[in-house]
Design a protein around this ligand. Structure first.
Ligand SMILES: Cc1cc2nc3c(=O)[nH]c(=O)nc-3n(C[C@H](O)[C@H](O)[C@H](O)COP(=O)(O)OP(=O)(O)OC[C@H]3O[C@@H](n4cnc5c(N)ncnc54)[C@H](O)[C@@H]3O)c2cc1C
Length: 379
């Protein structure tokens, strides 16, 4: 870019999904000033979903958001930690360098919650996944703590690779807060059917681990808010943002797993991080639109594809067969659909998304009637 017209500098802290998509959106939107993309991992932006799925099982899978050469037009600093942000316009790096900015995006994501268990492993980064994959090669006995999505995907991958797996879960029904008891039980059955020794309502502190057990803990993440909080930026289970991804500091924006919409729920999913990162970039350029998206998430375990749309809570109404693992559960509020959960019904989820976004009034009887094509409800 020989003829730079824009003299502004944008700093993006966190070089993974939200940060990576934000940086590329700045360029796509025509910004030709300086973009400093700073990440403390050694790798350029990549996708985490394969880490517990294809990559863990040793399968070929696309991983990186972009080829290495794509970043030639960025000031990309990998393996570099930002230690301080001055919201009036600069960040400080671990080696002491200070970089002034006109606007800064915090896309620092989250880190695994830890338990006080010696030799426990966690799965967040590519390095974590490669190490775990190596450990699974010997087909050890694997103890997974936590039957949430990450734990359950690790359990499924380890079983598929021929490991014996024990999964310990504190709750009586896994994911009951998200899925409700009925769907939560269906989710638990998937693992039992595949030979996982799933122990529910289990107190992990009483568990006797064998010396050779590979122990993987998946008990959720904590948002990396410290940079923001230390700078006096408002945080509350995440960095608080408005619909333009603006934090309480005028030059500072936040997106992805670390950001929580004021008055809303923090979302820890791929699609949200990717699209909110892009939305934040546009907001930094002053051409943003309000970011309102129905959250969407998927998880693959064995031959089951689970998808969740919106924020399901409690018991949904089920179209299809729970036992056959071929269903979509709907959650309605008055005449409107607000959320849906599906097993092996990706197409139905796509229609449900449109029903939610367009605020179509739905009749629960028709929603559940398999003789009524879901698509017809869009009209
Ligand atoms: C194993 C696994 C499987 C997943 N599977 C799915 C799935 O199937 N479906 C789905 O929807 N979602 C899935 N997710 C969630 C999805 O990957 C995340 O929502 C997404 O990665 C969030 O992106 P992010 O950029 O906000 O945060 P992150 O991906 O956490 O990126 C933040 C980056 O910032 C860096 N950083 C933090 N602090 C600093 C600092 N001070 N200085 C420099 N760098 C810093 C971090 O090291 C990290 O590289 C999965 C996650 C994991 C871990």
């Amino acid at each position: 870019m020989p003829f730079v017209t824009d003299t502004r500098t944008f700093v993006v802290v966190g070089a993974n999904l939200a940060g990576g998509r934000a940086a590329e959106t700045l360029r796509q939107e025509g910004f030709d000033g300086r973009i400093v993309l700073i990440g403390d991992e050694p790798d350029r932006p990549y996708e985490r979903p394969p880490l517990s799925k294809e990559l863990l099982r040793g399968q070929e899978t696309p991983l990186f958001l972009r080829d290495a050469s794509f970043y030639d037009v960025f000031d990309l600093r990998l393996g570099t930690r930002v230690t301080k942000i001055d919201p009036s316009g600069s960040v400080t790096l671990a080696h002491g360098e200070e970089i002034a900015f006109d606007a800064c995006l915090l896309a620092t994501g989250g880190r695994p919650r830890t338990l006080d268990i010696r030799s426990a492993r966690y799965l967040r980064t590519l390095r974590d996944a490669l190490d775990l994959r190596e450990a699974l090669r010997e087909k050890p006995h694997v103890v997974v703590i936590g039957a949430g999505f990450i734990g359950a995907e690790v359990a499924a991958s380890a079983r598929t690779m021929g490991c014996d797996v024990t999964m310990l879960e504190m709750l009586d029904v896994p994911l009951s807060r998200v899925l409700g008891p009925e769907l939560g039980r269906a989710y638990a059955d998937i693992h039992r059917d595949h030979g996982v020794d799933l122990r529910l309502g289990y107190d992990v502190s009483t568990h006797e681990f064998a010396p050779d057990d590979v122990i993987v803990v998946g008990v959720g993440i904590l948002p990396n808010v410290e940079l923001a909080a230390d700078a006096g930026i408002e945080c509350d289970n995440g960095i608080l943002v408005d619909e333009f991804c603006r934090t309480s500091a005028p030059k500072v924006f936040a997106a992805g797993d670390v950001a929580r919409p004021r008055g809303g729920t923090r979302v820890e999913h791929f699609q949200n991080a990717q699209n909110q990162g892009a939305a934040a970039a546009k907001a930094m350029l002053g051409s943003g639109e309000p970011f309102h998206e129905v959250p969407w998430f998927w998880s693959d375990q064995y031959d089951v594809n689970l998808q969740i749309l919106g924020h399901p809570a409690g018991e949904g109404i089920v179209r299809g067969s729970l036992d056959g693992r071929d269903f979509i559960a709907f959650y309605v509020d008055g005449p409107h659909l607000v959320a849906a959960t599906a097993m092996n019904r990706g197409k139905d989820i796509a229609i449900a998304r449109r029903l939610i976004e367009r605020r179509v009034e739905v009749d629960p009887k028709r929603l559940l009637d398999e003789d009524v094509a879901l698509r017809s409800l869009l009209r």
